[in-house]
Design a protein around this ligand. Structure first.
Ligand SMILES: CC(C)(COP(=O)(O)OP(=O)(O)OC[C@H]1O[C@@H](n2cnc3c(N)ncnc32)[C@H](O)[C@@H]1OP(=O)(O)O)[C@@H](O)C(=O)NCCC(=O)NCCS
Length: 167
């Protein structure tokens, strides 16, 4: 089995977009997926890129198939400086438990190491015990468990309301 982990290219966008859709279905949150392929392509490969991506690619019957991806971007901590947020990590079901997820997270950690990042962070739902085991296996700590942090979010309605107060 020959699997290559490489930086994503613009030509990969439709394939990555299909995997993003698979992950949204896996998480039963497809209804919240509002982004279009065009916007995703622009955000990843346009003039002002918003994220970076590695893909896992495998040769199957003489054709190349994308079987996994990881999306990440830089954030900033006033305590640690430059950090990385990992937005998605996904491996198609038939290729799981073969070390591909570890290689994808490893590629992100190599970037973080080169950039002297103080943190690589990610968010996982409480129901996704399987992913939690995978992250802990990589040496990650659960901040809710250990430090009682809660994740808060303003969604678009709330953003508009707060913004409108200061028109
Ligand atoms: C999470 C995910 C990316 C892991 O990818 P993977 O290729 O299956 O992981 P690996 O094969 O590299 O596993 C690495 C190690 O973690 C362990 N591990 C992986 N999944 C595990 C699980 N469900 N339970 C326990 N251990 C697990 C493996 O045993 C392996 O240990 P080893 O290195 O000692 O052999 C993959 O399972 C996936 O895509 N899941 C669905 C999507 C998802 O939940 N993504 C995260 C959203 S927050």
């Amino acid at each position: 089995m020959c699997i290559v982990i490489r930086k994503a290219e613009v030509k990969d966008c439709p394939g990555i977009f299909d995997l993003i859709t698979e992950l949204a279905i896996h998480e039963k949150h497809q209804d919240q997926m509002k982004i279009s392929l065009e916007k995703f392509r622009e955000d990843g490969f346009g003039d002002d890129t918003k994220f970076q991506c590695f893909v896992a690619e495998c040769e199957e019957n003489d054709t190349l198939r994308l079987i996994g991806y990881v999306i990440y971007f830089n954030t900033y901590s006033t305590w640690q400086g430059k950090c990385i947020h990992m937005e998605d990590i996904y491996v198609v079901p038939e290729y799981r438990s073969k070390g591909i997820g570890s290689k994808l997270i490893g590629s992100v950690c190599k970037v973080a190491d080169l950039q002297n990042c103080g943190r690589v962070q990610f968010i996982v739902r409480d129901s996704n015990k399987s992913a939690m085991k995978f992250y802990k296996h990589q040496g990650a700590i659960d901040l809710t468990e250990v430090q009682e942090w809660h994740l808060f979010r303003l969604t678009s309605d709330a953003i508009e309301k707060v913004a409108a107060k200061y028109d």
